[in-house]
Design a binder for this molecule. Structure first.
Ligand code: ZN
Ligand code: ZN
Ligand code: ZN
Ligand code: ZN
Length: 307
């Protein structure tokens, strides 16, 4: 980003963004810029693609297009503050970089999922709000280290020491023969970019019953969200259904190494996003009662797994 080169002082004001957009493709202009005799400006790619270079595409005046150095200088000196400045982003970009930065801005606000609460803020502020304001229980998390959580209706916050992104484990009542369902979300300001690039974290939820001698696990890639639309439907991600008598589950979260996992060969090996299995240490017939239900079609249509 080019904010470092921005002038130390300048004037600020309001400008109609249309005057900084190409009159043919309407994309934000960046140098080099071309104009007709009366100032209809176009971008360099459009200028290259024009079949008739003799007349202006907008007003048909003869004379073709010439470089517009004055507007190029304005575009070069213009710095636009990020729309998330109120949430702590200090980046100022060139006009044509605004959209790209907005998609990956680490200060994009995340939203409180509690019904009726309108709080929005950085992940650090939201974490403090959820644990301090709503008094949601929280536990510090290390990647790849198994944690044990009590099965209790409500949400449990898992956060790392650097506090961003953080995770929410939600326990909801489930129909018989299950007692509860546990689901996991990653609260991440970078959620839009994550949708394009693929999920960042993998989670394994597990429970076991020593008396009945069985264990069950659910492994899935964790959905990232800013919670801008509230809590997503439980079926839109992975979950673990547990028996009514289950008192605790284990949770472990692993960072997905994108450069390794995106190798095509690995994609083919595991093409399902969700992997559910019930692992029995013995042939206890009761164990199958608690095998995982089929996930909805909508879940399967999501990203091809890179697990
Ligand atoms: Zn254009
Ligand atoms: Zn013109
Ligand atoms: Zn920003
Ligand atoms: Zn709230």
């Amino acid at each position: 980003m080019s904010d470092m080169a921005a002038p130390a002082a300048g004037i600020s004001g309001i400008i109609d963004p249309e005057v900084l957009d190409c009159t043919i493709c309407f994309d934000p202009l960046q140098p080099p810029v071309f104009q007709c005799a009366v100032g209809h400006v176009i971008c360099s790619p459009c200028q290259g693609k024009l079949i008739n270079k003799e007349n202006c595409n907008t007003c048909s005046l003869p004379g073709g297009y010439n470089r517009c150095y004055a507007l190029e200088k304005i575009l070069e000196s213009l710095r636009i503050p990020c729309a998330n400045a109120a949430y702590g982003c200090t980046v100022k970009t060139h006009y044509h970089e605004v959209e790209d930065h907005g998609k990956s801005c680490p200060h994009a606000p995340c939203f409180c999922p509690e019904p009726g609460c309108n709080f929005a803020g950085s992940t650090v502020a939201l974490l403090a709000h959820l644990t301090g304001g709503h008094m949601w229980p929280s536990t510090e998390l290390e990647y790849n280290v198994k944690l044990t959580l009590e099965v209790k209706a409500g949400v449990h916050v898992l956060h790392r020491r650097d506090r961003s992104p953080f995770f929410l484990v939600k326990f909801t009542p489930a129909p018989p023969p299950y007692g509860s369902a546990a689901s996991v979300l990653c609260v991440d300001p970078d959620a839009t970019a994550t949708m394009e690039k693929g999920r960042k974290f993998r989670c394994q939820l597990g429970s076991s019953n020593v008396d009945m001698d069985w264990q069950q696990y659910s492994r899935f890639q964790v959905r990232s969200t800013t919670l801008s639309d509230g809590w997503p439907p439980t079926e839109d991600g992975g979950s673990l259904y547990v028996a009514p008598s289950t008192e605790s589950i284990t949770v472990s979260i692993t960072k997905i190494m994108r450069d390794i996992c995106s190798l095509p060969a690995r994609k083919n090996i595991r093409s399902q996003q969700l992997e559910h299995f019930c692992k029995r240490k013995s042939s206890n017939p009761d164990a199958k009662t608690f095998s995982q239900p089929r996930m909805g079609e909508s879940t399967k249509k999501q990203h091809i797994s890179t697990m």
